[in-house]
Design a protein around this ligand. Structure first.
Ligand code: PMP
Length: 356
């Protein structure tokens, strides 16, 4: 027998890991620099590492709490929300999926950005939804405007926005988001994915939750907090949804170690500040020193127009710097380079300039 027809669901293809690439190229993993998955080059918050170690030593034989109240209360305080507006999830990926579960009936449509993060459409398909796209590359500048979305909008149940956007690094302004929220049907949920929010200087759209009932905002501990391997994130949702979380949550999905790590990482301002500061430095360094046009980015990565992305990404990898070929995003001329440490970023720029 076979699973149901999944042919409309493109498989999720993550960036390849250091060990895998090193094995293929016959290189030492320690010699490779991985700048392909927008991870935190400064590693995990040390406070989170301590919390995880302590918790692991206490034993993991008991199920986690169904509601991670310490974490939801702490996040609610941080964002001035009530605790039941925070859905703790396995990464922002989990938040995307929980919102699909909460919103979609079979056949409902979802509007997603192109180019954009592929999991929005994948999750919609898992929930028997249809997918429509709005075209961010229309004018070549990746402008994030309400008009571009509204041109494609046809009463979809969910509209996904990403700010800062992956892979372009461009952002939504509060004004454009507000225009969009006012323009869409009141049965359309606008989801603003702020996975890279810490790297931006703009205020979070979480502040708009007090004004709009059709908005949800996603955040993650994977990036600036350095917890990508643990899978923890959250959605900030409308107040009226108080009892929905327990109905869509997979039993114990956000695991105990991830939850403890998230709690501790929230107190580690030094780690977050240092991570964000280095990323901002690396963005500037790439704009100034790469011998190819760059797009100004508010995330921890920079999109670079290199002409032939697959050639440049392949050569760069052979020389020990793994970057993302954006052909899979429908941008065959561009690569996306994550912000590394200062040293890694300098090496990456030198390597890529040598190939261009
Ligand atoms: N949203 C965007 C825009 C992303 O780029 C990513 C991952 N790189 C995610 C969500 C998922 O992040 P997480 O690790 O929190 O699941």
């Amino acid at each position: 027998m076979q699973p149901r027809d999944l042919s409309a669901t493109s498989p999720y293809v993550p960036g390849r890991g250091i060990e895998e690439v090193a094995r293929d190229l016959g290189l030492d993993p320690d010699e490779l620099i991985k700048l392909s998955s927008n991870e935190n080059p400064h590693g995990t918050s040390p406070k989170a590492v301590d919390a995880v170690t302590t918790r692991a030593n206490e034993g993991l034989h008991v199920y986690p709490k169904a509601a991670h109240t310490d974490l939801t209360e702490k996040l609610a305080d941080k964002w001035d929300l009530s605790a039941n507006q925070i859905w703790v999830t396995p990464g922002a990926d989990g938040a995307i999926d929980y919102l699909s579960r909460a919103m979609l009936e079979p056949g409902d449509s979802v509007l997603v950005p192109s180019p954009g993060f592929s999991y929005y459409s994948m999750s919609a398909r898992h929930h028997h939804g249809e997918v429509a796209e709005y075209d961010l590359s229309k004018d070549g500048a990746f402008q994030q405007t309400a008009d571009i979305v509204l041109d494609a909008y046809d009463g979809e149940r969910i509209v996904h926005l990403t700010s800062p956007h992956n892979p372009t690094g461009t952002e939504w302004s509060r004004e454009e988001i507000t225009t969009l929220l006012n323009a869409v049907d009141d049965q359309t949920l606008v989801v603003v994915d702020e996975a890279y929010g810490e790297y931006s200087d703009r205020p979070s759209s979480i502040g708009l939750l007090s004004e709009f009932e059709n908005l949800a905002v996603l955040r993650t501990f994977s990036k600036a907090y350095g917890l990508a391997g643990l899978r923890i994130g959250y959605a900030a949702v409308p107040e009226a949804w108080a009892d929905a979380y327990a109905r869509v949550n997979t039993p114990f999905a956000a695991n105990e170690l991830a939850y403890r790590a998230g709690l501790a990482a929230l107190d580690d301002d030094d780690h977050v500040d240092h991570s964000v500061e280095t990323a901002k430095w690396a963005r500037e360094y790439m704009y100034e020193n790469l011998d190819a046009p760059t797009f100004e980015s508010a995330g921890n990565f920079v999109l670079v127009d290199v002409g032939d992305a697959s050639r440049v990404a392949e050569r760069s990898q052979e020389e020990g710097v793994i970057i993302r070929d954006c052909s899979s995003f429908g941008l065959p001329g561009c690569v996306r380079i994550s912000c590394g440490t200062r040293e890694e970023t300098k090496t990456a720029v030198e390597t890529i300039n040598g190939i261009l």
